[in-house]
Design a protein around this ligand. Sequence first.
Ligand code: MEV
Length: 316
Amino acid sequence: MPAFSASAPGKSILFGEHAVVYGKPAIAVPVRQVQAKVIVTPKPKSQPGNIHIQAPAIGLDTDLLDLAPNHPLAVAIDLVLSHLKLSYAPGCNLRITSTIPLAAGMGSGAAVSVALIRAFSAYLGKPFPPEQVSALAYEVEKLYHGTPSGIDNTVVTYTKPIYFQRGQPIEILHLPASLTLVIGDTGIISPTAKAVGDVRQAWLADPGYYEGLFDEIGAIVQQARSALESGQLEKCGTLMDSNHALLCELDVSSPELNRLVETARKAGALGAKLSGGGRGGNMIALATAGEAVQISDQLLEVGAHRTIITQIGAQS
Ligand code: MEV
């Protein structure tokens, strides 16, 4: 029997994180330079139901049976089996590798779930269509985030720039001009669940004020959509700056993120903002193609852990 493999990219949120959890729209893009990959290798001589999992990046080398039932990998496997009305799978080895930084706002959890659900359903002879892959990955996301909007599993499943609003059909964005993004990693681990939970507490304490901020972010996302679709990159940059200011008001930025954002702007970025859950993790800068390397160099100089330069084009 052959091996079955699937991969899924990282992601970056261009506009609208956090407010998207409260029903506002957001825009996200895939980042193909980083990937999660899952390979399912049949073990024909092993007991049915014997699934061995290796995930070297998180030091995991275990039988599924020894994994806590609420572990996200165990949940993803169970969801696939129960969807196919199977109580167990033929014995196999499942190897998970990923180059997506963990807890850094780049969708590593969603990408692992999507790659696993794709490879495992293919191994079982019923490769799931994208809507089903994304829906099951969303169930797993709830374990990571508590109250995820669903944007991460959607963008890494469809691997296209998307305009996303909870409960609405997803819209693929067609960009007339390619975007050059410089992604700067603070190197600070920041679980999305914590930042999302803190925003929720703040919102519960003062709903009127926070809903006002969410509305302002939602309005920026609408303007950003038209700017992106008409190739007005300078306008996009200005809107990124405004979105970052509102994320600071939501208290999800940090001195390290602000330093990288400021540095990118001084180095010639059209705009810059934190991206994802915030507090640590990554920021993004919109660059002209000629200035991307200079921006990346400056970010590294002021302490970025790593940078990625990525192009998002009409075909992305
Ligand atoms: C995480 O990538 C984006 C957040 O808006 C959370 C979510 O949408 O689930 C912070």
